[in-house]
Ligand binder design. Structure first.
Ligand code: NAI
Ligand code: 15L
Length: 266
């Protein structure tokens, strides 16, 4: 079924720039929003609506008339808590509360593998396993998943929380042989997440069909996601980040994020 009005937050970021063009083919009207300026001219079906997610009233205006949101706007790497909290905690609250008020049907929330980044590499995981965030960033994504549950079970706003692995044109390192998702698989999963009937509040890992994966495919069949790509062909090419063998960065699923922090007070 065709979608009418879709809002893409974080539209000027790495994944926003990847998803902007293909997402435009999946809906009638695509509203693009970010703090930063967008690249290139707007297509006929696109609207540019700059907005700071930390501004509650502005987010409420942004969601008017929006049927579904792909929520990418966030601080996207590990950082001091104070930097993370405004976009990733306040921003997610503002987004969900505005979705409730606007009658928005569904949010596709960009969660992250870092929600479970403190599990050992190689440890098989399902979305129902307890969280083990590897930093403040992962904690904020877990908070976002909590908001998603609140707004579904209490207010009927549906969510698909995608625990995205590593989305780049090619797997950058050995860890990514497990965590990689190709840009076209991410697009297909986002589309499936927007279109699937009656998802309620669903959490799933967002990766390609990687034989070396740690994550289960729970949720993929319900959404109708069938990955086309695999990180395996890059096995012989990928270099490795050199971490001391017994370091958390080498041992745990979150990889290099385990090397960032703790932080001094601001
Ligand atoms: P990015 O950092 O390139 O893009 C995020 C965008 O959000 C930026 O353009 C930024 O300006 C915007 N933003 C930040 N604070 C904002 C605010 N207060 N108001 C409005 N906009 C704000 O990140 P990327 O890589 O594109 O990731 C997109 C989403 O997917 C993020 O939520 C990230 O946490 C998540 N994710 C990404 C993964 C990846 O492989 N790239 C893996 C797992 C999760
Ligand atoms: C993420 O959550 C980040 O947003 C992204 O920059 C990557 O580092 C990715 O995880 C990853 O774990 O590779």
């Amino acid at each position: 079924a065709g979608l009418d009005t879709v809002l893409l937050t974080g539209a000027a970021g790495t994944l926003g720039r990847m998803l902007r063009a293909p997402l435009g083919t999946a809906c009638r009207r695509l509203i693009l929003s970010d703090l930063r300026p967008l690249e290139g001219p707007l297509a006929d079906h696109e609207e540019d609506r700059p907005c700071d997610l930390t501004d509650r009233a502005a987010v409420q205006r942004l969601l008017q008339g929006v049927d579904a949101v792909v929520h990418l706007g966030a601080h996207s790497v590990e950082a001091p808590f104070e930097q993370m909290a405004r976009a990733n905690l306040d921003g997610v609250f503002h987004l969900y509360e505005a979705a409730r008020l606007a009658g928005t049907r569904r949010v596709v929330f960009a969660s992250s593998n870092h929600v479970t980044g403190c599990y050992p590499q190689g440890h098989p995981l399902d979305p129902t396993d307890p969280a083990r965030p590897d930093g403040y960033y992962g904690v904020t994504k877990l908070f976002g998943e909590g908001m998603a549950q609140l707004y579904w079970y209490r207010y009927g706003v549906e969510s698909v929380c995608l625990r995205i692995g590593t989305c780049l044109p090619e797997p950058p390192d050995r860890r990514a042989l497990s965590t990689w998702i190709s840009p076209r698989d991410l697009f297909s999963l986002v589309c499936a997440s927007l279109r699937a009937p009656e998802v309620g509040c669903l959490v799933t890992y967002a990766i390609s069909d990687n034989p070396a994966r740690w994550y289960s495919d729970t949720g993929w069949a319900q959404l109708g996601y069938q990955p086309q790509d695999s990180a395996e062909p890059w096995r012989d090419q990928v270099g490795d980040k050199v971490f001391p063998e017994d370091s958390l960065m080498a041992r745990l699923q979150g990889g290099s994020f385990l090397g960032i922090g703790p932080f001094d007070p601001p």
